[in-house]
Design a protein around this ligand. Structure first.
Ligand SMILES: [Zn+2]
Length: 275
């Protein structure tokens, strides 16, 4: 009981619509959000957070339905609680990353005081913290449907931020789970090879904006205005057309817009300059 209370202090539960609950981690500056999405027959947990606290206990508390995991992508802050679940679905391009988990050496630096907005749970031990390996039991491809009984989610493969990134669309409810592909914050288009994919992805999401009522992003939420999607698409187009960055770093440059920014490799502009 005591443990549960401490976990609840780490997680913030926000019911947004019937059958959709945001499971936020507001005390870490990344402000990661996972989502419990329920149908009549079963539920999915879209991502499993940073691995702090027991997200399985939270999900089981919220629903009596069987819960399986869908990973939006395999970055560590979205797969932390995967090992607590038997069924895990992910795009094939990132499935092989799950068994690698995340070592303490790689991840402990993300929990120094400058990354925190509040206390870690009392039973959290940074010395031994790591992300346990997990295994994909199902592969999700673009155009697949996830049938939860009375709720159908369509899978869109949206590469750019990561090669196997997906978003989920609940057409009937008018909800887009935009994951790490589109959120109100710095969009990381670090991968030079992925830039043209990210542009195409943004174009695709912008085309959905008029048919959705609510966007649920995986960082910096809880929600995002659908009208930001076409603005992001325009931003990507402007960057592609040679927009001057607002901040220049050695490796990356940053383009700032209202409500979000786009971080791209410095080489993107250098190549253009040479052309
Ligand atoms: Zn993320």
């Amino acid at each position: 009981m005591t443990t549960r209370l401490l976990e609840q202090e780490w997680f913030d539960l926000l019911p947004v619509l019937p059958g959709i609950t945001i499971i936020a981690e507001p005390l870490h500056m990344e402000r990661v959000q996972s989502f419990l999405i329920e149908g009549n027959d079963r539920a999915i947990l879209l991502d499993t957070g940073m691995g702090v606290g027991d997200i399985r206990a939270i999900a089981d508390d919220l629903t009596s339905l069987p819960v399986s995991v869908v990973n939006s992508h395999a970055h560590w802050d979205h797969i932390g609680g995967n090992w607590r679940f038997d069924d895990i679905a992910i795009h094939p391009a990132e499935a092989e990353m799950l068994p690698k988990g995340g070592s303490n050496a790689r991840l402990a630096r993300w929990f120094t005081p400058d990354h925190l907005l509040g206390p870690l749970p009392r039973d959290f031990d940074l010395e031994s913290y790591s992300i346990a390996p997990s295994t994909a039991t199902q592969l999700l491809l673009d155009g697949d449907y996830i049938d939860l009984g009375g709720r159908e989610l369509s899978v869109l493969h949206t590469p750019g931020q990561s090669t196997g990134g997906i978003v989920l669309l609940d057409e009937q409810a008018g909800v887009l789970f935009s994951t790490d592909v589109a959120y109100p914050g710095p969009l990381y288009a670090y991968e030079r090879d992925e830039w043209s994919n990210y542009r195409a992805t943004m174009r695709r999401l912008a085309a959905l904006a008029s048919s959705i009522d609510i966007v649920l992003p995986s960082h910096n939420g809880p929600t995002m205005e659908p009208s930001l999607l076409p603005l992001m698409d325009q931003a990507f187009a402007d960057i592609d057309a040679g927009r001057i960055p607002d901040t220049n770093g050695a490796e990356t440059v940053t383009h700032r817009f209202g409500g979000f920014s786009v971080v791209v490799p410095a080489s993107l502009n250098e190549e253009r300059g040479e052309a």
